[in-house]
Design a protein around this ligand. Structure first.
Ligand SMILES: Nc1ncnc2c1ncn2[C@@H]1O[C@H](COP(=O)(O)OP(=O)(O)OP(=O)(O)O)[C@@H](O)[C@H]1O
Ligand SMILES: [Mg+2]
Length: 202
C-alpha cells in the first residue's frame, strides 16, 4: 500500500528526518511514537504530499485515497459541520452523506448542528477532524495525535472505529502520538529516534 525509502527532510540546517523507511499494507494499523519535535507531523505531512522530502522515495499502490488529520484540524470556521463535510464529500464526487451523519452521531455530534465550527470546543473540532479523515472510506488514513482533546467516551468510539476499519482491511492507518492510545490493535509499532523510524518489538 505504502512504501517509503530513505526519506530525508531538513529545515534550514536542522536535520529532522534522516533516512526514514516504512512500509505498510491494507489492514495495517501502524503506530509511530516519538517525543515533541521528533518529526512525527513532518513525516505525515510528507506522506500526505503537503510537504516535499529533500531526498528519498515514496510509492503508493494505486489508487490511493488519503484521509489526514495532521496537527490542528482546519475548516471553514464560519460554516457548520454539514457545510464543511458535504463540501469535502462533493470534492470527491460523493453525494451520500449517510456515513458522515452516522460518524457524527457516534461521536456525540449533530451533523445538522446550526452552530458554526468557530464556536465548537477543542474536542468537538478534533472529532470533526477525525470524521473528515475517514468518512469517504479513504484507504490510507494519517492521524496525528488523534485523541488529543477527546473525552474518554469519544476515545473509546475512536479506538473501536479504527480497530474495525483495519480488521476489515479497508484501510492502512498510520497514527502518531507521543503517548499511548489504549486499546488500539496495532500491527506494528515504531519510534522516531534521531530522524529514523525504529521498529519496536511487540
Ligand atoms: N516549517 C518548519 N520550519 C522550520 N522548522 C520546522 C518546520 N516544521 C517543523 N520544524 C521543526 O522540525 C522539528 C520536528 O517538528 P514536528 O512538528 O515534525 O515534530 P513532532 O514530532 O510532530 O512534535 P510534537 O509532538 O510537538 O507535535 C521541530 O524541531 C520543528 O521545530
Ligand atoms: Mg506534531
Amino acid at each position: 500500500m505504502i512504501n517509503l525509502k530513505n526519506i530525508h527532510k531538513s529545515f534550514k540546517n536542522q536535520v529532522v528526518l534522516n533516512g526514514c523507511n516504512l512500509s505498510a499494507q491494507l489492514g495495517d494499523l501502524v503506530h509511530i511514537s516519538g517525543p515533541n519535535g521528533s518529526g512525527k507531523s513532518t513525516l505525515l505531512f510528507i506522506i500526505a504530499g503537503l510537504l516535499e522530502a529533500d531526498e528519498g522515495s515514496m510509492h503508493f499502490d494505486n489508487p490511493v485515497n488519503i484521509g489526514a488529520l495532521i496537527e490542528n484540524p482546519e475548516f471553514a470556521d464560519y460554516s457548520t459541520i454539514k457545510d464543511n463535510l458535504s463540501y469535502l464529500l462533493k470534492l470527491k464526487n460523493q453525494v451520500d452523506e449517510t456515513y458522515a451523519v452516522e460518524l457524527c452521531r457516534n461521536f456525540n455530534l449533530d451533523y445538522y448542528d446550526k452552530k458554526v465550527i468557530k464556536n465548537f470546543s477543542v474536542g468537538m473540532k478534533q472529532k470533526v477532524g477525525i470524521i473528515q479523515a475517514i468518512m469517504e472510506d479513504q484507504n490510507l488514513v494519517l492521524l496525528d495525535e488523534p485523541t488529543r482533546g477527546l473525552d474518554d467516551e469519544s476515545k473509546e468510539v475512536f479506538v473501536n472505529l479504527i480497530n474495525e476499519m483495519t480488521s476489515k482491511t479497508k484501510a492502512t492507518v498510520i497514527i502518531t502520538s507521543h503517548d499511548e492510545i489504549v486499546g488500539l490493535n496495532y500491527t506494528s509499532s515504531y519510534r522516531l529516534d534521531a530522524g529514523q523510524i525504529i521498529e519496536l518489538q511487540s
